[in-house]
Design a protein around this ligand. Structure first.
Ligand code: DGT
Ligand code: MG
Length: 385
């Protein structure tokens, strides 16, 4: 291979949604470092800084070659001064002092551990950090008031921080299919998120559920959850309503449409080796509530593990938008919306696309949405921005 004296004339487009970003790329040694700084900026609630580092990292992920010298960065978009400084240091010294000191800082480590608890966001973690807490168990020892999600998060901390394998995701798919089919026939269940992009492991398993017959999906979520609950397969669940409020001037749609697009954050109890056959009888679900922990005295053991599962139900008319919106990556999604707004004067969400005159643009597939946006179609496996 030629040395970098003759840098390849790689043209990289500036929006992540204009580029192909494979799962495996050539510059992990740089992108891991930049993403530590992005994460740390998030812990400090500095969103602009965080996005800048994530965009820089993402550009390097799209390169078809290893970055060996500063010449390789010529003509690349999105690389801010700070990112360039970090990259230069790593290329010259092997490491970046800023990245290493961040990685080792008490604040970064504590924030990482505390936000690693399901249900704990940056704000709570930061408050606890300033009160002297460092580890998830400190939340228990110091008697912090925890909501139900956080209680489950602490209880299943180890399992939920262990990567979910593709194999486990498939096992969960079978359970979800069984649950959905038990309460509604003909529903379509699709694995979303990182697994749809080809990842071998994930932090959770994401599903999108719809039905060809518009409206048939209404009321599905509570029924599915009840079924799962009865089988002893749920350790925690919380359903949130669709918070889609941006379409006041959008197409005439019945107001109850707002309630149709539901999301459930849950924790499944996955039996090892015999998936789909829940055995726990220890349920205490009150169907009058929308949030509950069951089997609170149980701890994961050799026979089962806890897995984070996100369920989303979408009416068929919004299915293409929901599919695009729930496939990720997060940066790819963000860039799609930024492209739509800044370059096209359009407005894109997981529910709809409106053009610059606030007209709703119909789409039956992801390909049609890319076409509306004037973008080349990027398949899920190349959306790992
Ligand atoms: P991971 O960490 O292996 O689970 O990776 P992903 O890419 O599956 O990330 P995840 O599960 O956090 O989210 C899956 C995709 O769903 C994400 O890329 C963007 C989308 N998404 C996540 N949360 C929301 C949300 O609150 N609203 C909408 N509209 N989309 C979301
Ligand atoms: Mg996921």
């Amino acid at each position: 291979p030629k040395p970098s004296a003759d840098p390849p004339a790689t043209t990289v487009k500036s929006y992540a949604c204009q580029r192909r970003t494979p799962l495996k790329h050539h510059n992990t040694f740089l992108t891991d470092a930049l993403e530590i700084l992005a994460e740390n900026a998030e812990f400090n609630e500095n969103e602009g800084r965080s996005v800048a580092f994530r965009r820089s990292a993402s550009v390097l992920k799209a390169l078809p070659h290893v970055v060996r010298g500063m010449d390789d960065l010529k003509n690349l978009p999105c690389l801010g001064e700070h990112s360039v400084r970090v990259i230069k240091e790593i290329l010259e010294d092997g490491t970046s002092s800023e990245v290493e000191s961040t990685r080792q800082s008490e604040q970064y480590q504590a924030m990482k551990a505390l936000t690693g608890v399901f249900g704990v966001g940056v704000k709570s973690a930061d408050r606890w950090f300033r009160e002297g807490l460092r580890r998830p168990l400190d939340l228990i020892h110091t008697g912090q008031k925890l909501n139900l999600a956080q209680q489950a998060g602490v209880q299943y901390y180890n399992d939920l921080n262990r990567p979910v394998t593709k194999r486990e995701a498939v096992a969960i798919s079978h359970i979800v299919e069984k649950a959905v089919n038990a309460v509604l026939s003909g529903a379509i269940i699709t694995l979303m998120g990182g697994f749809r992009r080809g990842k071998e492991v994930g932090h959770d398993v994401d599903f999108l559920i719809t039905h060809l017959e518009e409206g048939a999906e209404e009321g599905l979520m509570p029924k599915v959850l009840n079924w799962l609950e009865e089988q002893g397969l749920l350790l925690y669940q919380k359903t949130t309503r669709n918070s889609y409020l941006e379409s006041k001037d959008g197409p005439a749609r019945p107001p109850h449409n707002l309630d149709r697009f539901e999301r459930c954050f849950s924790i499944f109890k996955l039996e090892k080796g015999k998936e789909g056959s829940g055995t726990s009888l220890n349920t205490s679900y009150d169907s009058g509530t929308t949030e509950g922990i069951t089997g609170t005295t149980e701890q994961p053991g050799p026979s089962w593990r806890a897995v984070r599962v996100d369920l989303v139900v979408s009416p068929f008319s919004q299915f293409a938008f929901a599919t695009l919106g729930w496939t990720g990556s997060k940066l790819f999604e963000r860039e799609l919306r930024r492209w739509a707004g800044q370059e096209k004067g359009m407005s894109l969400s997981s529910h709809a696309l409106y053009d610059s005159k606030q007209r709703y643009l119909r789409a039956n597939s992801e390909e049609e949405i890319f076409a509306h946006l004037g973008l080349e179609y990027i398949p899920p496996s190349e959306r790992n921005a």
